[in-house]
Design a binder for this molecule. Structure first.
Ligand code: PLP
Length: 277
C-alpha cells in the first residue's frame, strides 16, 4: 500500500503525521474516497468539487488545484499497481499546539492513501443485503464530508453486531441516509430519496443514479420518507462509491417488497454498471 503525506510518496506503513495534527486532535479535516474502474479513477471531478465545498465550509485552505490532485492520484496509482484501487484523500488544518480556534499559521496536512479495492461479492449484490434503522445523532452539517465520523462509526458497529450490512439513519422519524451510503426507496413506481441539504451527504453515486432513473423515464422525488414508509416500500437500495447500487431486502427484520431485489433496483444497478464499465 502506498501513501502520500505532504509532498512525499512512500509505503503506507511508514507514513506518519504529528500527534498535534488537528485532524487527530479535533477531527478538523475533510476527506474523499474515490475508486477506480479498470484502473481509472471514477468521477474524479465530482469528488474534487465536493472536497472543495467541504473545505470551504470549514474555511480550510486546500493547497492543491484539481490538476495537481489528478497528478498526485495518477502518480499514486502508478506506484501502487493494484487491479482496482481505493483512493483516500484527507486534508486537515495541520499541526499546531492544541487550542480550539484556528491556528494563526499552520500549513494543511495533505494525505492520500492507495489500497487495493475489493468489490462486494457478486452473490451478495445479487441476493441483496439486510439493514437496520438507527437514530441519526450526527451534527447539523452532514453535507460536509468531515473526518468526524463517530456517529457513523457507532451506527455501523451496531449494524455489524446485529449481523446486517448497513445502518439506515433516522432523524425525527425521517430517513436521512446510511452510515456509509445514501438510501433510496421505490414507492408506487417512484424513486424517492432524501433531498440535498444539511441532513445528508450529497452522494456522487446518488447523483448518477438519479440521472440514470430519469433517463429510464422513472419518476424521481427528492423528499424524505418516514421509517414506516421505508418498511412499506416496494424496494429499497443503497448508493455509494463502495456499494454502487445495492438492493436492501430486509430492514429491521421486515421483508421489503417480495424480500428479494426488485426490478427498479436491478435495472438501475445494471445501468450503473454499464456507466462505469
Ligand atoms: N452518505 C455517507 C454518510 C457516506 O459516507 C457516503 C460515502 O460513501 C455516501 C453517502 C455516498 O457518497 P458517494 O456516492 O459520493 O460515495
Amino acid at each position: 500500500d502506498i501513501a502520500y503525506v505532504n509532498g512525499r510518496f512512500g509505503p503506507l506503513a511508514d507514513a506518519v503525521v504529528s500527534i498535534e495534527d488537528r485532524g487527530f486532535q479535533f477531527g478538523d479535516g475533510v476527506y474523499e474516497v474515490i475508486r477506480t474502474y479498470r484502473g481509472q479513477p471514477f468521477a474524479i471531478e465530482e469528488h474534487l468539487a465536493r472536497l472543495e465545498r467541504s473545505a470551504q465550509a470549514l474555511q480550510l485552505l486546500i493547497g492543491q488545484t484539481r490538476d495537481q490532485w489528478s497528478c498526485l492520484i495518477r502518480e499514486g496509482l502508478r506506484l501502487s499497481q493494484f487491479p482496482e484501487t481505493k483512493i483516500y484523500l484527507q486534508i486537515t488544518r495541520g499541526q499546531a499546539p492544541r487550542d480550539h480556534p484556528f491556528p494563526v499559521s499552520s500549513a494543511p496536512t495533505t494525505v492520500l492513501t492507495f489500497r487495493e479495492f475489493h468489490p462486494l461479492d457478486v452473490s451478495v449484490r445479487n441476493a441483496g443485503v439486510q439493514a437496520m434503522s438507527f437514530e441519526d445523532i450526527r451534527w447539523g452539517r452532514c453535507d460536509i464530508k468531515s473526518v468526524n465520523l463517530l456517529a457513523n462509526v457507532l451506527a455501523r458497529q451496531r449494524a455489524k453486531e446485529a449481523g446486517v450490512f448497513e445502518a439506515i439513519l433516522v432523524r425525527e422519524g425521517m430517513v436521512t441516509e446510511g452510515s456509509v451510503s445514501n438510501v433510496m426507496v421505490v414507492r408506487n413506481g417512484v424513486v424517492q430519496t432524501a433531498p440535498e441539504g444539511h441532513r445528508i451527504l450529497s452522494g456522487v453515486t446518488r447523483a448518477f443514479v438519479l440521472e440514470l432513473a430519469r433517463k429510464e423515464g422513472i419518476p424521481v422525488t427528492e423528499s424524505f420518507v418516514t421509517r414506516e414508509e421505508l418498511l412499506a416500500a416496494s424496494e429499497v437500495f443503497l448508493t455509494g462509491t463502495t456499494v454502487e447500487v445495492l438492493p436492501v431486502v430486509r430492514v429491521d427484520g421486515y421483508a421489503i417488497g417480495s424480500g428479494s431485489p426488485g426490478s427498479v433496483s436491478r435495472l438501475l444497478s445494471r445501468r450503473f454498471e454499464a456507466l462505469v464499465g
